[in-house]
Structure formats: structure tokens, C-alpha cells
Write a protein that binds this ligand. Sequence first.
Ligand SMILES: [Zn+2]
Length: 220
Amino acid sequence: MPDEAGKAGAGGAEPASTRAGDAPAPAGSSPCLSALAAIPGNRVAPATPTPQHGDAACRVIDPVRVEALAIRGVGGGATVSFEPPPLLSCAMARTLADWLDRSVQPLARGYFERDLTALRVGGGHECRRRNRATAGPVSEHATGQALDIFAFRLGNGGTASQVVVETPSGLVQNRFLDAVRQSACGAFMTTLGPGSDAAHANHLHVDIQERRSRASRFCQ
Ligand SMILES: [Zn+2]
């Protein structure tokens, strides 16, 4: 049952992403990055975005390169790796870490009895307009506040399987994706995916860009 699976991670241990210990912060790192780096299993490093077109609208606050994020696995800590590692704002990386640990991993366990092990992603920091138009508002990707997810990998090695956002196979994969998307609507400011519009037919777009009012989340 999706509801039960979604709640499975709510009890028990502290979410991995809020378990920041007292490890000394790497020199020069932000409080956000220090908190992320203190969690065993997280592989995040400060990053320098390449200046693109010198566009001030494309500034990333507190940029980090995310290689892997820790989640609570069945036998203890597990990690989700990012292929390829995106450049994100640290705030986005933290929101992502929370969502993977509290929602996606419990759903992966509930639907497939496997740990979430990797995400195939795109569209971390990229200085561009929305939907690659030549005019109009700057994309949430321009500020590192957004991520596009193309596939979820479950399990390791020879028994690993993949749920591809564009082409889920079978009822269980479809239900898993629906539940993942629903949970994303609560975790992020905007969630778009197949069926929203042509630009999002093959991936799930999530971002934490503030909208006009805090209450107006956009979920399609
Ligand atoms: Zn996107």
C-alpha cells in the first residue's frame, strides 16, 4: 500500500540528513555544507560554477557538487549516488537529501523491497531560460535550485533494477513513480513530470525556487 510505504520511514531513527554531528567544519565551508559533510555517507564538495555569459541572474548561492547522499538502509546506512554528480545550491542538496531519506527510500522498500541506490539526473546548474527558450524568465536550473531526475536505480550489482521516468514497466513501477511524485509535491516548491507538458515528458523536475506566495506550491 503506497500510504503505508510512504510513512514507513517516519518513525524510528532520526533522518540521516538532520543527524549532523559535531565534526569540525572544513575550512571556509558554509554552515549548510558543514552540516551535509558531517553526515557519514554524504559525498558533497564545494563547487565553483563556471561563469556563463556573465549573467548575474545565474548566480548559485553556496554551490556544491553532489556525488552521493546518505539514506537509512535496511542494515544501516546506505547511499544514493548521482549520475552524473550535479552542481546544486546547498539548500537544494539538503532538501533533496531529506526527501530521498524520508520518502523515496521508504517507497523503494515498500514497492520493491530494495534500497534506492542511484539516481540518473540532469539539469543541475545551467544558465538558461525556462524550457530553453531564448527569452522569458531564467530557469530554476540557472540558480542551482532545481534537478531533473530521469531514472531511479534500486539494489546493487547483478540484481539491480531501474525505474525509468519516461517508460516505467508494469503496474508496480507506475505506482512507485506516482507515489514518488506525490511525495515530491510536499517536499519541493515545484514538481513537474510526464503529462505536465512536452518539456517534461521524460523526467521529473523538482525545485525549491520560492514562488510568489510560500503557500503556492506547484504540482503537476
Ligand atoms: Zn528541470
